[in-house]
Design a protein around this ligand. Structure first.
Ligand code: PLP
Length: 457
């Protein structure tokens, strides 16, 4: 065996052993890093080595100092943000694809990368019930997926007015209108501003008590309008009334940010919440949220592939494009990893039933969590329609950050404070394939214990 190969073998098998040891103990370790683990990170503050080193020693240092200082998001008791863990097949696929070291420009640079993106795209469209002609671009997350879809929307709407934004830019361009629910996610707004729309131009629409855009209060859109709708409010999990929005769209471009919520379409128990969503023009969904792929994995889905292509394509004679649009021409990134491999692996290992079960199971855990919190005297502020729970204490102030910090510091679970409809609250997102009934029980115990201790303090 060559030296290079033997070093790669040692490195991979050492990393596998370390990763397995990490995952084996994740249920017992603190969900947040201890103070000691954080302090030990100082060990990285050293001068860059002068001499060529041993790869395994590098990994050993990384594991010794790094592994304890992680937030255990792979644990079943991490309920922060709206992110899951990593499914075993997706984890293994990432490792294998890293060894392949593919750059997914086009079919010439990575036949397998392109093929698996095509297959994963087809499966995603199929399992979500979206039109087959849609393009699917694999990007770093929902923020960039929003950016990609909205760049396509900007191109298409300006083209309707005879303006080629790719050539003529935005100075002097006809004005486009943006209509958005008041509870649109901050990253959609970020995508808009990156595309040269100021937030001042947004025509805001009030939302109902679950954070759904109130379509009856929507201004009249026209063909120069982008409507920003949402599937899965980041607090409540509620989805907008897409059928109503689409019916009122009047040739406007309807964009749906479904970073986690769009996966609800994959289960018969929750699909109705998205009724009419297939009538939109573009959608966003993350692999690294409810599908439980590793980060960074977002999908930009668009019913008008030529608009996205016009916004994203680069011409370079050394990168010849075949019949189908090359991946590099459908997303902002030029060089990038084979993200479709992880999506394919997650879907291949789950199957339709497994994916529906993942959605149903996590929703069931959210309901159990809500029931348990209600028994402890909390008000549940959201209708627990998906995997999200927002809970408040009646007649109490200044408690949510303390309670969340106490539980985080106890190491038992991780959830965060929020403010929902004017009330301070704690919020839970049950997005991980790894969460069990036992994790929910332990979390409820941790909350009740924290309240007792904080009351006594
Ligand atoms: C509704 C919604 N949109 C967009 C995002 C941003 O996703 P990402 O972090 O993958 O860019 C999130 C993240 O929580 C979200 O919940």
């Amino acid at each position: 065996m060559s030296d290079a190969l033997s070093q790669s073998r040692q490195s991979l098998s050492a990393a596998a052993d370390m990763a397995v040891a990490y995952l084996e103990t994740i249920g017992e370790r603190n969900v947040i890093a201890s103070e000691a683990a954080r302090a030990a990170l100082g060990g990285f503050d050293m001068d860059m080595p002068h001499d060529l080193g041993d790869p395994t020693e590098t990994l050993e240092l990384l594991n010794r100092l790094g592994s304890p200082a992680t937030t255990a998001t792979a644990s079943g008791r991490f309920f922060g943000l709206v992110v899951g863990g990593t499914l075993p097949a997706a984890l293994g696929a990432r490792v294998l694809a890293t060894a392949w070291d593919q750059v997914v420009f086009n079919d010439a640079t990575s036949p397998v990368g392109v093929k698996l993106e095509q297959v994963a795209a087809k499966w995603v469209l199929d399992v979500l019930g979206l039109p087959r002609q849609c393009s699917v671009g694999f990007v770093t997350g929902a923020t960039m997926a929003n950016f990609t879809c909205l760049a396509g929307a900007r191109h298409a709407l300006l083209e309707r007015q005879g303006w080629d934004v790719q050539k003529q830019g935005l100075w002097g361009a006809p004005r486009l209108r943006i209509i958005a629910g008041e509870q649109s996610h901050v990253t959609v707004l970020k995508a808009l501003t990156m595309l040269g729309f100021g937030t001042n131009v947004i025509e805001w629409v009030p939302c109902d008590d679950q954070g759904r855009l109130d379509a009856s209060k929507m201004p009249q859109p026209d063909e120069n309008t982008i409507i920003l709708a949402q599937s899965g409010n980041v607090n409540s999990g509620a989805s907008d009334s897409f059928a109503q929005i689409v019916a009122q769209a009047n040739s406007a471009w309807v964009h749906v940010d479904g970073a986690f919520g769009l996966w609800a379409a994959a289960s018969n128990s929750t699909r109705d919440q998205l009724a009419g969503f297939e009538g939109a023009d573009s959608w966003v969904v993350d692999g690294h949220k409810w599908l439980n792929t590793p980060y960074e994995c977002g999908l930009a889905i668009c019913k008008h592939p030529t608009a996205v292509h016009a916004a994203m394509a680069t011409q370079a004679p050394y990168l010849k494009v075949g019949g189908e649009a090359a991946p590099k021409d459908m997303v902002p990134e030029f060089s990038r990893s084979a993200r479709g491999v992880e999506v394919w692996a997650a879907l291949n290992s789950l199957g339709r039933e497994g994916l529906a079960d993942l959605i149903d199971r996590t929703c069931h855990h959210a309901r159990t969590l809500a029931d348990g919190l209600r028994e402890q005297g909390f008000d549940i502020l959201n209708e627990v329609v998906l995997n999200q729970v927002v809970a408040a204490l009646p007649d109490a102030e200044g408690w949510s950050a303390k309670l969340a910090a106490h539980v985080q510091n106890s190491g038992d679970a991780w959830f965060g404070p929020t403010n929902w409809q004017g009330r301070e609250a704690i919020r839970f997102s049950v997005s991980s394939w790894a969460t069990s009934e036992n994790d929910i029980r332990q979390t409820l115990n941790a909350v009740s214990d924290a309240r007792l201790r904080l009351d006594r303090a």
